[in-house]
Design a protein around this ligand. Structure first.
Ligand code: APR
Length: 229
């Protein structure tokens, strides 16, 4: 049986695909105020701005393609039982061929009802508009977990991490909880690898850092994992 490899990814994973990260220099949160575009209060106060922010992100996503890092993780399925847990709202892991992807913070290409959160739809094209309604007649909103909202996918993510034989982190500053706390659910002797040009703050022993961008870093990771398969 293949070993279970769990990979937590963040914005850095998609940086080489042309998607901006949030907290690096030139990151999205330098240009936008989180409280104005990524909170439930923002949606109530200024829904036009919130809608435009996510429409812009979605439009851009259609112009992006997976990078070598995404493809490298998908290839690891030949040797491991790979579960991706991503904070990213893009679909680049899926497009690269990864078959098990859990989205913690929602998905850009999906929308959901403002009144019935279980009514989730694939959006046709990039533009969500006012007047786009769910089947029960309520406005649709981006299917994104905003700051201050629950992260329901954590319920599935925690047991995945608990069962991991190997745990990998790629391209996240580990600033945002509860996602940033996931690695603490790993078993005592589970090897942990981190691929990121900047070392994120990890107070764990026995972490192997690969201080590279995802494209090169995932290739180096694959070499190191060979002996663990
Ligand atoms: N390859 C790998 N890592 C990279 C690359 C790259 N090419 N470029 C940047 N990084 C690293 C940075 O060094 C940093 O550690 O990616 C990380 C990006 O961190 P953030 O911008 O904070 O993104 P992330 O950790 O995914 O943010 C978490 O915050 O705003 C929210 O909901 C949003 O899911 C997001 C969450």
């Amino acid at each position: 049986m293949k070993k279970k490899l769990v990979v937590l990814t963040g914005a850095g994973m998609s940086q080489e695909s042309g998607i901006r990260t949030f907290r690096d220099m030139g990151g999205l949160w330098e240009e936008y105020d989180i409280s104005e575009v990524a909170t439930p209060e923002a949606w109530l106060r200024n829904p036009e701005l919130v809608m435009k922010f996510y429409n812009d992100r979605r439009k851009q996503l259609y112009e992006c393609t997976p990078n070598a890092g995404h493809f490298g993780l998908a290839d690891l399925e030949n040797a491991f039982d790979v579960q991706i847990i991503t904070q990213n709202v893009d679909d680049l892991h899926e497009r690269a061929g990864s078959t098990k992807v859990l989205h913690l913070h929602g998905e850009l290409k999906k929308v959901r009802s403002t009144q019935h959160s279980e009514l989730v739809y694939d959006l046709d094209g990039w533009e969500l508009k006012f007047g786009d309604l769910c089947e029960r007649g309520h406005q649709l909103r981006p299917h994104i977990v905003w700051f201050g909202e629950e992260v329901p996918a954590m319920e599935d993510a925690v047991p995945m991490v608990e069962q991991a034989d190997i745990f990998v982190v790629v391209g996240t500053s580990l600033n945002v909880y509860p996602a940033a706390g996931l690695m603490h659910y790993t078993g005592k002797d589970v090897p942990v690898f981190v691929v990121d040009p900047e070392r994120p703050p990890i107070g764990m022993k026995k972490v192997q850092f690969i201080e590279e961008k995802a494209g090169v870093g995932v290739r180096m990771l694959r070499d190191r994992l060979q002996e663990l398969a």
